[in-house]
Design a protein around this ligand. Sequence first.
Ligand SMILES: [Zn+2]
Length: 670
Amino acid sequence: MTQLEDRIGFLRSEIKRHNDLYFKFDNPEISDAAYDLLLRELEKLENDHPELKSLTSPSKTVGAAPEGRALSQVKRDNPMLSLDKAMNESEIFDFEDRVVRFLGALSPPTYHTMPKFDGLAVELCYEQRKLNLASTRGDGTVGENITSNVNTIEAIPKTLPPSAPEGRLSVRGEVYMEKKDFLRLNEEREADGESPFANPRNAAAGSLRQLDSSVTKNRKLSFFAYGLNEIEAAGTLTYSQLMKKLALWGFPVESSAASCEAKTIPEVIQIFKRLDNQREALPYEIDGLVVTVDELSLWKRLGATSRAPRYAVAVKFKPRAAQTKVLNIEVQVGRTGALTPVAVMAPVEVGGVTISQATLHNEDELKRKDVREGDLVKVHRAGDVIPEIIEVVLEARPPHSAPFIFPKNCPICGTTSIRRENEAVARCPNRACPAQIEARLIHFASKNALDIEGLGPKLANQLLSANLIERPSDLFRLSFDKVKLMPRFGEKSAQNLIEAIDKARTKSLWRFINSLSIRHVGERSSQILADHFKSLAALAKASVEELKTLNDVGPEVAQSVVDFFQSPLNTSFVSDLLSPELNVSPSLEQNIEGGPLTGKRFVLTGTLSTLTRAEAKARVTTKGGRVLSSVSKETDYLVAGEAPGSKLSEARKFNVTILDEEAFLKLLGQ
Ligand SMILES: [Zn+2]
């Protein structure tokens, strides 16, 4: 490669990286001016040397154009301030002292407390009870216009009820992503070969600050309101009452036990400690407790400094991070062949959980963080769940350390790995790779596939290494006599396993489709495919064109299905699975075979008071029904809870039966 090609290659990958940092991670490393310099250099080189032009160069993609990088700006008269912070108990008392001194009061005020969300602060402006402008906090005075993106967030009301004031109303709050939605999004991104988000905050920010609102729409974002610019308009005396008013107007407000009134600072401290202990159980990430003077008339008197109001303080949790040593870096092979570097570390406790491994996601991420064997690293749990290396403690790096060299070959079977252009993940292309076979067997038996109880990673490994099976279909050939002889197996456990496998023979077709480990085909796509094709044999013959005609099946999924059935290894596996001797007969019923809601399609909107979304979904699916994300003329029921979103009007348009919570529970009770 010439020096010139080298430079162009470097510029392209560097600009792509900065685009990702800016758009996906909301975490730019360089100024706009420095970015423009890189881009201009690339454009000049490409213009001077047309033979080196490439259609996939970032100079050609919209996101890279300097003007395309920015959302339009919104200037506000009344800035969104940040909060002063208290790092320990005595600083909370200092806050009270300042308030009392400022007011010249004889006794301290009472307070309101609320968890401090780790998301993105936004302002929503309503005129005549209609949402007309949404913006990010930005630097406080100038934010970015995100109206079209916010319009896709179901949790945010677009019109307010008649009880809300008609004049201008600017509601402030936090857009965030629930931990489970963050985990799911990252799973999807990794399955699609894209880099995962580092934490829910980055995922929320990256999803909200999109130039293309259809991207925002496909990410599950949530919202909590916590303030109002025109507090007089609410006609309330205290902040606690103001929050109730916001809820009445249809805004989601935080409702954990930590959102409450507190008479004194010692009471505040108790609430803080309780919250710190329970924060992992909350569905979203928080990083502290906001303490606010409750009486609104005092807000006016206390006012604000240039950066923060005097009537509130954010009490921050101690970070749950620790330092430990990287013992070695392993490259693991997943069921679709993805090679994932994993740091194996000396065990260390973080927030009550022992961590000894952290994924480094892919080669690029590994290079970016430059984690090396022997390094001392800072670790925490992203989303309070996933162990993550924050950074290397460079001062402690051993003198002769070398960057980790990502292997060119699969570490298990030795096949040369393949990394497609525009993908972050390198893959072992050998479907017969022992590591992939094991991972696929584990998936085959997992909850979302054939759900074979008792068949987890340990047993999968045991069955393969004892040569009792070669591929998942062999499970259906296992006999009680053979299983009984395995180490740690007795009559009873052998009997249980055989029965669990037996049950799997007649599970739903979509489970069989999901069990095949076709790339990009998960639970939902499997259900759509099962609905349409009604047998594995028909699916195996499908063409890309036919697949693409299905609702919700994109070109990637379509191609992936066709590719799968072009491999002789896969077709021989599927025909083995269907050979009469195995007595496998996938059922066409969805989920619970023959449940009372079989074939019924549900869409949920708004909040139910007795069930979470996940519970409602589970109740529907165990009765044989399905929960889909958007309303169409095929929808049977729309379940509308408190503060329903735009789906309600869509359902009316399609004449879909609308159930309130009571009617829904009654239907489930059948
Ligand atoms: Zn391999």
